[in-house]
Ligand binder design. Sequence first.
Ligand code: NAD
Length: 392
Amino acid sequence: MVIHPKIRGFICTNAHPVGCAAHVQQQIDYVKQQAPLDKVPQRVLVIGCSTGYGLATRINAAFGAGAKTLGVCFEKEPSEKKTATAGWYNTAAFHQAAEKEGLYAHTINGDAFSNEIKQEVIEKIKQDLGQVDLVIYSLASPKRKDPVTGDLYSSTLKPIGQAYTTKTYHTDKDQVTEITLEPANDDEIQQTIKVMGGEDWELWMAALHDAGVLAPNAKTTAYTYIGKKLTWPIYGHATIGKAKEDLDRAAAAMRTRYTDLNLEAYVSSLKALVTQASSAIPVMPLYISLIYGVMKEEGTHEGCIEQTHRLLRDGLYGVDPELDEAGRLFMNGWETNDATQAKVERLWHEVTQENFHDLADYAGYHSDFLKLFGFGIEGVDYDADVNPLVTW
Ligand code: NAD
């Protein structure tokens, strides 16, 4: 099969196995060029391990610390006619690279919100690892089925309280326009909290704790985006922000609940980056294209692999980690400091359809977007016939 990108709206509906493998390899190469992460423990569970921040954290733990990693993801396998999702190919490539280096890796593909997958993970930990010392919670999902009632909940990306009118960039039409986002109703807010809030993270930690597979002094973290004024109306102070606030509640509850193990539970505040999840959020492609340009000029731009490397080194296992006012591990100060935000705000007000490509780093945004699906990577022959039936 010859595979070229099929882009529909904000998503690419196919993926390139060789390109995804090259993208994973680039991240492994980065990690290997850094000093080893010698404080990171050896048994790591990553929930949401196949793309974006979760995949990058797993690569850092495995190739930076030599950790055994157990991953959970929800990806579609390939068929003769259709490629797999990118996360499937990323996982296959991760396994191949780990095996080459004699690193333990196991991945369970299924719904992390379900009791069955939690149970399967626990059995695998008992069988292969005994216990885990670090649990990364990096799920991003539009839906969640409640494991007890079977009810299906959907998350929405809407402002709260009042409609919000702002600029946005339509990646599929190459257009900067104004957009009005209607406010969420209470049900939509509650459903978003149900999907992206802390409940499932707590259920995971309770299941692991009660099964005796959490090691003493274990740590856990879930990822959040806090942002600043420009993104607050659609993120921080919006439906997704409410769900993220619920992570703070969950982290505090877990810190008091699992004192028997001295569990450390943190929310980690990370930088805005192009991932499959963030490209679906209205306004974010414009904000990210502008901030990429500013941060590249300032020499502070990072991708998922660099952010999570610092998170493990200086945050979760650092001597004196930087915390924000809510006690979160604070990794996005290079993005949210006043000087950088002032620059991006100025650009935000200036940007129009005509000057967009001069003011914003859309080339950088688009290239990162394509890379998520294994496209646009140097050295990969995209006219070659490749076998989509890759597995691990
Ligand atoms: P992503 O879309 O790249 O990754 C999502 C992961 O979750 C994938 O591995 C996917 O397979 C897995 N997943 C989704 N539903 C699942 C299910 N039901 N069962 C099992 N696995 C499932 O997203 P991302 O941007 O890396 O986001 C990860 C976390 O980081 C999210 O909490 C997000 O809010 C947060 N975050 C993202 C950004 C950003 O700009 N991208 C910034 C800060 C924080």
